[in-house]
Design a protein around this ligand. Structure first.
Ligand code: PNS
Length: 160
């Protein structure tokens, strides 16, 4: 059984994240979507809200499981008996941060490999931050996030 961990802030989950999860499920038996607890600062959604959104959206994908983690990502990956962590790569701008993180994780342990997946073209410009900004200005996000997330954004920004 091959398990991969897909970590992130997911504040909130977008179609870009779901694309990576679906593609990862074609390679791995199980994918643990791991919401970082230390990403609570300056976030729009609490960790609990993010987990609830992800869990509902991934309900029909039984091989995907949502969890939270504290501390070092590589420690969480090892505790789950996994050896691969997945990260999506968009444009060149992602590379520096991702390179640093992958090298740092590798310097902590050689037991965990980082696997990068290129984001599908329609989502190459998409980020949770852009979604939050557009939604906060009452712009359209229907093509960027699932309806459940759109409703949660409306509730946050417009109390709907
Ligand atoms: O969605 P994000 O915000 O780009 O995710 C970043 C995340 C949560 C994957 C990263 O910050 C992380 O792994 N944090 C856990 C702490 C850790 O392991 N740090 C050492 C590697 S730099």
């Amino acid at each position: 059984m091959k398990t991969a961990v897909y970590p992130g802030s997911f504040d909130p989950v977008t179609f870009g994240h779901l694309d990576i999860i679906d593609r990862a499920l074609k390679i791995f038996d199980h994918v643990i979507v791991a919401v970082a607890r230390n990403s609570e600062k300056n976030s729009l959604f609490s960790v609990q809200e993010r987990v609830e959104l992800l869990s509902k959206i991934l309900e029909d994908r039984p091989r995907a499981k949502v969890e939270t983690f504290d501390g070092l990502l590589v420690d969480f990956v090892r505790k789950r008996g996994a050896s691969v962590t997945i990260r999506g790569l968009r444009a060149v701008s992602d590379f520096e941060f991702e390179f640093q993180m992958a090298q740092m994780n590798r310097s902590i342990t050689k037991e965990v490999e980082t696997l990068f997946m290129m984001t599908s073209v329609p989502y190459s410009y998409l980020s949770s931050s852009v979604v939050k900004e557009v939604s906060s200005l009452n712009g359209p996000v229907d093509n960027l996030v699932p309806p459940l997330v759109k409703a949660a954004l409306d509730a946050k920004f417009r109390g709907k």
